[in-house]
Design a protein. Structure first.
Length: 192
């Protein structure tokens, strides 16, 4: 089971992916979390990507492909994964498809969380006050939103064009309400 989770920054991808691990029986793989862990640990990779993370800019595709492929080789991902934050460009999507094809796998389903911009910004501003994530500031939030619209939304169309089921769930409301919607959407497509 390879499930891709899409949605603009603050739409709740990480929150919902974590809750969906039980329903789908596969781990949550967040490229943002992987990069933040590298940055926090001060590894060479982390030092290299930290300025990009803080500015809300994308890490180069080739580097992301290595990070993701290494994570997907871990034993817990043998049965699949819920990918949160990857692929973010059509180039990354093509690389992911090629990587999965090498082990006889493919993307099974795409789930898109829809949230209006006022709500997104409200959530990120709230998190900024509580957690001080480097990219939860107005300039980086604007950059991440623009990047999502320009580079990541076309990835959804790319998968639609390939015949992969693309499910949409309203991401506004409390966390449990959104979770119930995502499970219903996945059940209706026969994947949960
Ligand atoms: P990433 O970590 O993927 O950040 P993002 O896409 O900007 O998304 P967020 O983590 O901000 O939001 P989310 O949708 O996961 O929502 P969350 O559940 O956290 O990427 C960070 C950076 O890494 C990128 O900018 C880039 O630099 C780099 N990167 C990562 N992947 C890359 C790739 N493939 N290629 C290149 N570069 C890459 O929720 C947000 C907040 O809202 C939380 O505080 C949460 O508690 C709250 N919340 C969630 N749901 C609700 C709800 N229903 N009601 C109220 N509050 C809620």
């Amino acid at each position: 089971m390879i499930c891709l989770l899409f949605g603009p920054p603050g739409s709740g991808k990480g929150t919902q992916a974590e809750l969906l691990t039980a329903a789908l029986g596969v781990p949550h793989v967040s490229t943002g979390d992987l990069l933040r862990a590298e940055a926090a640990a001060g590894t060479a990779l982390g030092r290299g990507v930290a300025p990009l993370l803080a500015a809300g800019e994308l890490v180069p595709d080739e580097l992301m492909q290595q990070v993701l492929e290494q994570r997907l080789r871990a034993p817990d991902a043998a049965r699949g994964a819920i990918l949160d934050g990857y692929p973010r460009t059509v180039r990354q999507a093509r690389a992911l498809d090629a990587c999965l094809a090498r082990t006889g796998r493919r993307v099974d389903v795409v789930l898109v969380l829809g949230v209006d911009e006022t709500t997104l910004i409200g959530r990120l501003v709230h998190r900024a006050a509580e957690q001080h994530r480097a990219d939860d500031n107005p300039a980086s939030i604007a950059e991440r939103l623009a990047g999502y619209r320009q580079l990541t939304e076309p990835v959804i169309d790319y998968y639609r064009g390939k015949g992969v089921p693309v499910l949409e769930a309203n991401g506004t409301g409390d966390v449990d309400t959104v979770h119930r919607r995502t499970v219903r959407a996945l059940e209706s497509a026969g994947v949960a």
